[in-house]
Design a protein around this ligand. Structure first.
Ligand SMILES: [Zn+2]
Length: 295
């Protein structure tokens, strides 16, 4: 008698691993940048079968490649606070773990689902004359890019301008920074391009078509061949109704992911904003499905 062939239909596992630690849920339950943002996203992505990795904290040496020693010292001592960005107990340790997750994402081409976010944090705190650090303590994407030391295209698709990232890499010949963001809006920077920092301000709720046309235009003027890696600051506060809405939907994130995949470079992703946990989870799933060419 012939052996019967058993076919098991399974959804193929996503290739991009998610970097996450429950430790990042331990602060700021009352704040809009609160633990539910990533807790719900983690639950959704777990249900969808994603694989998770635990990060280690970034070393002080890694932080000092981006930030001034005095700022790090003040952060460690809980001495730095502004109206958006509280001096929570142990925030230095939370921020160091989020930065370490970004480094791990850069090493394995993964997606860091951690908090606090980072792209508003400049060398010494608030960047480019902005009055707050916008919920950010350490610039995770900058720390990751400096840690791997490769020529990088940084693409920032959070709804806010990454003034910290621009400040850190302004004039850096190894990096081009491209940002699409709502303007005029917090932090008030990014109205025009400056040297290696290419800024694409967009009006509130501009919608998917205008957004994608602008993204195509932005990626079209970059000489992608120069770069060894694409580092993406991903924010879902561009979603309709979220904090920096540009009128995007879940489906828009899939299309953004497809465009990033078309660059055909090793790529990693760092979560920035996005203030509704369920939308972050579904948005990340769609984004990565687009990136990996899933249907
Ligand atoms: Zn944002």
């Amino acid at each position: 008698m012939k052996k019967s062939l058993i076919c098991v239909w399974m959804q193929p596992a996503m290739k991009t691993k998610i970097i996450f630690s429950e430790k990042c849920l331990g602060y700021g339950a009352w704040h809009i940048e609160g633990p539910q943002r990533v807790k719900m996203a983690h639950e959704i992505l777990k249900e969808k079968g994603y694989e998770f990795l635990e990060p280690d904290a970034a070393s002080e040496e890694d932080l000092l490649k981006v930030h001034e020693a005095e700022y790090i010292w003040n952060l460690k001592k809980g001495l730095v606070e502004d109206s958006d960005t509280p001096a929570y107990d142990n925030i230095y340790e939370y921020a160091r773990l989020s930065a370490g997750a970004a480094i791990l994402a850069a090493k394995i081409n993964g997606f860091s689902l951690m908090r606090p976010p980072g792209h508003h944090a400049g060398r010494s705190g608030a960047a480019l004359g902005v009055y707050t650090r916008g919920f950010c303590y350490l610039n995770n994407i900058a720390i990751a890019v400096k840690a791997i030391g490769k020529p990088a295209l940084i693409l920032d698709v959070d709804g806010h301008h990454g003034n910290g990232t621009q400040e850190i890499f302004q004039g850096d010949e190894k990096v081009v920074y491209v940002s699409l963001h709502r303007y005029p809006y917090y932090p008030g920077t990014g109205a025009y391009s400056e040297g290696n920092c290419l800024n694409f301000p967009l009006p509130a709720d501009c919608g998917e078509q205008r957004y994608l046309e602008t993204l195509d235009q932005a990626l079209g003027i970059v000489d992608v061949g120069r770069f060894e890696v694409v580092a993406v600051s991903v924010g879902f506060d561009t979603h309709l109704g979220d904090l920096a809405s540009l009128g995007l939907t879940e489906n828009s994130y899939r299309k953004i992911g497809e465009r990033i995949a078309a660059l055909k470079k090793p790529t990693f992703f760092i979560l920035e904003g996005g203030y509704v946990g369920a939308k972050n989870g579904k948005g990340i799933d769609q984004f990565l499905r687009g990136y990996e060419g899933e249907l």
